[in-house]
Design a protein around this ligand. Sequence first.
Ligand SMILES: C[S@@+](CC[C@H](N)C(=O)[O-])C[C@H]1O[C@@H](n2cnc3c(N)ncnc32)[C@H](O)[C@@H]1O
Length: 353
Amino acid sequence: MSATGEMAGHGYYDHHSLAQHSAGSFGFPLLERAAAAVPLDDATGALVIADLGAAGGANELEPMRLAIDGLRGRGCERAVSVVHTDIPSNDFSTLFENVEGSPDSYLHQPGVFAFAAGRSFYERIFPGASVTLGWSGIAVHWLSRVPEPVPDHVYCAFATGDARAALARQSAEDWRGFLTARAAELVPGGQVVVVGGAASDDGTSGAEALMDALDASLRDAVAAKRLAADEYAAMTIPTWNRTAAEFAAPFAPDGSTTAAGLTLVEQGFQVLDDPYLAAYRESGDADAFATAASGFLRAFTEPSLIEPLDRPQPERTAIADVVYAGVRARLAADPARFETRWRVALLRIARSA
Ligand SMILES: C[S@@+](CC[C@H](N)C(=O)[O-])C[C@H]1O[C@@H](n2cnc3c(N)ncnc32)[C@H](O)[C@@H]1O
């Protein structure tokens, strides 16, 4: 089965990605350390920073600025090319509008140039030994494909038996593919920082209650004959939140260089607060909580659940409206029950010099 990890377009994701933004910020100290450590030789060509899994770009401006500041602070005067990458169906128009138009954009600095590449990060994107610094924020939990649909739920964390084993294998294969590609692309001594959607050792991502609300609402749509049973059965959100052990598996346990030529320099783990529930606790406004949290959920799940349906666009939109309204109603009825505390892995990875 093919799958798509794309986000909702036309800026919708950018306006509903508060959780991703707060997750990314935990990686900033690692990015600063990476910018302090990568080699700055006297070459005259542009130095390349790769942004892997950029979406609409709103959450990428700050890390790119930090990376550039770190390099400039070391006296690096080389031109810098920032290359935002994502899958081909990504909302690249919004990305370019943000990079060009945002007052916060790194592009306002002299000697900095912005580009984009529409290619999966599980494959080679860049020429060999051409990338000095890489960044990936909340993107590597999207799998390249779903090996088989998860029976009786749309969220992979609820998979059991053979379906679970197949997903774990796909996740391991994808992660090795990601690392193999970066090992080839990084300059010797180059580094990549990955803030990855993660799981606790028991496999939970922290979003189980929210995903249950989505699954229940989809089942309601089947019961109401808005959605066919076989349409629901084929639905799986193509994500796998890796445990710390799964992230570390391809690396040598003693921190020495692996076969791919990469070392895991730092590995951290963070449990995020729920920004939507925190706002609710301040305001007491359950409707505002439900609107924000269901909008967040819609931004990253509608493209993989509803968009693939073999129906005209207006029907798909109507189904999505009903499904996410169902989620919204569940959330409004009992906000605390849907507290979502995502787990995030923080990884700094270096190619041997
Ligand atoms: C949750 S968004 C995160 C975007 C952004 N980095 C942020 O922090 O808000 C995940 C992004 O990863 C992208 N993505 C999913 N699978 C990918 C792949 N195989 N290669 C490149 N990007 C991918 C999605 O299209 C999406 O834009």
